[in-house]
Design a protein around this ligand. Sequence first.
Ligand SMILES: [Fe+2]
Length: 406
Amino acid sequence: MPPTAAPYHAMIEPRTDRGMWSFHNPVQVTFGDGALGRISGIVDGRRYVLVTYDEPHFREMATRIVAQAGEPLVVIDDVSPNPDFAGLAKSVARFGALSETAEAIVALGGGSVIDTAKVISASAGDFERVHRYLIDHEGEEALGSVPIIAIPTTAGTGSEVTSWASVWDTDAGRKYSLSRPDLYPEHALVDPELTVGIPRMLTVATALDALSHSLESIWNVNANPVSTNFAVAAASEILEVLPALTKDLGSLALRSRMAMAALLAGLAFSNTRTALAHSLSYPITLQYDLPHGLACSFTLPMLMLAVIGDDIECDAGLRSIFGEDLPAGVARLADFLTDLGVSVSSEDHGVPREVFRNLIAAAFVGERGQNFIGSIDRVMAAEERQWEARPGNSAGRTDRNHTTSQ
Ligand SMILES: [Fe+2]
């Protein structure tokens, strides 16, 4: 049984070493089973565009929305995972071709759908405006803003409460972040019932994305007491709920707890952004085709080992999740992932070790990598230790003990 997390406020003193802090999130959240039934009042007669996936499960949910909120101006349903320049240009073109002005965008789907809705919102009907802003950091005044109503159908993305969207340039092997204050959705409608049909693999990947969001907001230079409280609650819940949920995928009660945890993780990193695990994940997703939730989570034990002892408040947050013995917490986190079928070894995900170490170095330079509070030397040392401890390495047979007693 996992140790019971102590209340975060009981663990630490108010932040004094980094001075003043602030927390802001303007998204109106409606949460609960059957929340989709509120869509009519939220759309409130506005002319809207519906963004979703072209799959039977989503068409059925879209039908429910249309029955309550009326016909949309258009259904943009050609969203692909990790939406890239080419696909987004097509989606935006359909938006730009409308003869009537959209007053809202309803995004029904996972992170890719909500991020696509954000790009459409900012595009003013012309993807070139977003492209120019991302590449040249110019033309901000030409960007648009259409209110977004986000209805997440997975528990993990957090995009329903953040002000940015991931945009991928697949051909160039690059990932951009479209980040603007007016990209916070107007409303996040979180209905756990919508997640009940999700298969095991997607359930695990999205939950691990949320776990990564929560831990990444703790070992983050932008952390503050509010974000860390959200993160502690989210991570503690995910560690407890996810193993049970994988054995009972139809449980609405467990789905509801996971949806809440993912929402809290989203609120946490909405104010800190992510850090090194995400920075490191992007080239791994692009070059090795590893889904985002796995790419940004298999490194978490290594990074936790690398930050222990670096920051009093980070340590306090991690203790609230893992208990007093943080090195034992690293082992517990690794076991948690391994038991879910997610190896903590890069090689098991197809990334050769030397490539992986080069990617770590590069990740520190990335925008998100600079949010990480730890040092490259300690991350490299943690990688070394993890490598020596990998199963089958006789030199590392005792490393589990070594790790837990560090
Ligand atoms: Fe993520």
